[in-house]
Design a protein around this ligand. Structure first.
Ligand code: NDP
Length: 510
């Protein structure tokens, strides 16, 4: 575990059961991990005391003047206060977006739109360290992930869709692609800037304007992005960002002047939004939860698979909709896999998100930590065997140990419900048929992983798994050119690639 900056310079992981054989340590012996703290400097970020709403190119207070705090989950301290939008503010933002769609952004050629998107991408790259540090402070994710995954991927989404802005005729040959109009976009807290990019980049490329509502626990990178919009000279009203509680999200989604709704978040709220826009002519895409199966066959490259399993579930504290939270292991290798996993998990460093050595940062909020704790307790109560490395956790902040459950039955809540935390449930199978049956035995259908040496088996499995994304001998790989989305309770519609553009256009015959 990486020590929290300023508290201690070294840390120790104890393995009460046993140490890796290769280290020659006996039962109960401590494994020393001397990592000097390597904190990223915070001073690249200039936090404002208060952030307004970003409407029509300007930062304005909420109509009622109310604000709420955004908390640093690693310290439980408030970072800044953010405006609490009202229904009147939703109206203003949608109105500004409509006007920009009619009078400025919507009148630009694809080539001109592309220039702005390239500019935004460049600015994200130039300010990448600032974004990465702010994202880790506000969300709790480790700096090495925000620095190496979230921010570069966000920039590359703008870059990729900039390339499409003047080529819509090639994306949809023989058809004319018209923008839908004003898009209402509601995003979650697990990848705040990246989800913003997934939503805003294709919408703008296709000529739409947007009103975006970030999650209330992670609004700050969206507000910094608003500054980038100003810096890029984006026509006022093209991008509007309003902060406020869930009901503001609903007011936005159901606003009569909105043409398209894009939501990423829980299945429960996705269903509510679906009901809210039913019977209207609004276009809708929903990217909801998941309970992905990560399937390991006995011919898999095991050391590589162990890394993939760890990345699949402990990346971003497991707060990932496509996390490989159900590990399906072929029965003949289960003991070896679990042994290797326990060894590997005991080297995971949990701690200060801003420390460059940290693997697992803080859980995003107190409420999410409570949800994880409750589900883990249900796993124990239902009879599964719990394993957690005995690492120290920082004495404040919302932290949770990497957790592994064996002896899990398909009926257990930990095998059925989305935990959205660093908790892996291990199940076994004997034949490929049984693996497919168990993998598909879920209400969700977002992602899956297959680990095997055989290409033919990968293809056979991929065609039978009911999941929008199937990774082969890897996991949690994202690319702007590749569509992403789910089946069943994981939602509908695709983001990324040409499919992602399709969700923001109306196609007409030539
Ligand atoms: P939510 O679905 O509540 O939040 C996602 C977004 O929707 C946030 O911007 C939220 O705003 C907004 N929202 C909340 N209520 C409404 C509403 N009635 N109408 C419109 N928008 C609304 O997720 P939670 O934060 O509550 O997380 C709960 C669980 O959802 C997690 O434990 C996890 O299992 C799952 N989840 C899945 C995600 C995914 O990527 N698929 C992402 C996040 C969560 P606000 O923040 O202001 O409440």
């Amino acid at each position: 575990m990486a020590a929290m900056a300023g508290r201690s310079s070294t840390s120790v992981i104890t393995r009460p059961d046993r140490a890796p054989n290769s280290w020659g340590l006996g039962d109960g012996q401590a494994i020393p991990w001397d990592y000097a703290p390597a904190p990223e400097a915070r001073d690249i970020v200039t936090l404002k005391e208060r952030y307004g709403l970003f409407i029509n190119g300007r930062f304005v207070p909420a109509t009622g003047g109310d604000t709420f705090a955004s908390i640093d989950p690693a310290t439980e301290q408030p970072l800044a206060r953010v405006a609490r939008a009202t229904g009147a503010d939703v109206d203003k933002a949608v109105h500004a977006a409509r006007r920009a769609q009619r009078q400025s952004w919507g009148q630009l050629s694809g080539r001109e739109r592309a220039k702005y998107l390239f500019r935004i991408s460049r600015l994200l790259q130039e300010r990448s360290r600032e974004f990465a540090v702010l994202e880790s402070m506000d969300s709790g994710k480790p700096i090495k992930e925000s620095r190496d995954v979230d921010v570069p991927l966000a920039a590359s989404h703008f870059w990729y869709y900039a390339g499409w802005a003047d080529k819509l005729d090639y994306a949809f040959p023989g058809r004319i692609a018209r923008p839908l109009g004003v898009a209402a976009q509601i995003i979650p807290w697990n990848f705040p800037l990246l989800m913003l990019a997934w939503k805003i980049a294709p919408a703008l490329a296709a000529g739409n304007t947007v009103v975006l509502k970030p999650a209330s626990t992670t609004p700050l990178s969206a507000m910094l992005f608003a500054e980038v919009c100003v810096q890029a000279d984006l026509p006022p009203g093209t991008v509007n960002i309003i902060t406020g509680p869930g009901e503001i999200g609903m007011a936005l989604a159901t606003h009569k002047n909105v043409d398209k709704v894009a939501f990423t978040g829980s299945t429960e709220i996705g269903k509510k939004i679906g009901r809210g826009v039913a019977g209207t002519d609004k276009a809708l895409t929903l990217e909801l939860g998941g309970k992905a199966a990560n399937i390991v066959f006995d011919d898999a490259p095991l050391d590589q698979a162990i890394e993939g399993i760890v990345n699949g579930i402990y990346f971003n504290q497991g707060e990932v909709c496509c996390a490989g939270s159900r590990l399906l292991v072929q029965e003949s290798i289960v003991e070896t896999v679990i042994d290797k996993l326990k060894d590997r998990i005991s080297t995971i460093r949990v701690g200060d998100p801003l420390d460059k050595n940290t693997d697992v940062g803080a859980i995003n909020s107190k409420a999410q930590l409570e949800k994880i704790t409750e589900l883990v307790a249900s796993g124990v109560a239902e009879g599964a065997d719990l394993y957690q490395p005995a690492c120290d956790l920082p004495d404040r902040g919302y932290f949770f140990r990497p957790t592994l459950f064996t002896n899990v039955a398909q009926s257990h809540r930990i095998a059925r419900e989305e935990i959205f935390g660093p908790v892996l449930s291990v199940l076994t199978f004997r034949t490929p048929e049984e693996a497919v049956e168990k993998a598909n035995n879920t209400a969700y259908g977002l992602s899956a992983g297959v680990w095997t040496d055989k290409g033919s088996r990968i293809l056979a499995m991929a065609s039978r798994l009911k999941a929008g994304v199937v990774w082969a001998n890897t996991f949690n790989r994202f690319d702007p050119t590749s569509p992403f989305g789910g089946y069943k309770e994981s939602g509908f519609g695709r983001e990324g690639g040409m499919h992602g553009l399709h969700a923001y256009v109306r196609l007409e015959d030539r």
